[in-house]
Design a protein around this ligand. Structure first.
Ligand code: FES
Length: 115
């Protein structure tokens, strides 16, 4: 994924990448490239964005957040989110993957590397 430039002010939107799927982190407006084989959380981390998390394996639900655009699949068979929750737009980004643009509502996300 494209890197969020450390010198970019924390609330400034990052320019979209010229190609490839993008993860948009709302309400911040941060855009990071989605890398094949990486979870949404891992892609965000590669760009210097930290999502709220704990287990990172789909069981604790600490990272539970809403998807407002796009679709995800899971790289584990039984992520800790029910079918009803999925239908309502809840996702676990630590184990969710996507091959197309996705928007997550993650108001508690931080960019610890931002200056
Ligand atoms: S960090 Fe535990 S379910 Fe995502």
């Amino acid at each position: 994924m494209c890197q969020v430039a450390p010198s970019t002010p924390p609330d400034s939107p990052t320019p979209p990448t010229p190609d490839g799927p993008v993860l948009l982190l709302a309400p911040h407006g941060w855009r990071v490239p989605l890398q094949a084989g990486l979870s949404l959380m891992e892609s965000a981390e590669r760009a210097g964005v930290r999502l709220v998390r704990s287990c990172r394996n789909g069981t604790c639900r600490r990272c539970l957040c809403r998807i407002t655009a796009g679709e995800v699949s899971y790289r584990i068979d039984w992520p800790g989110v029910s079918a009803e929750e999925r239908a309502e737009g809840w996702v676990l980004p630590c184990v969710a993957v996507a091959s197309r643009d996705v928007t997550l509502l993650v108001p508690d996300a931080t960019r610890p590397l931002a200056v």
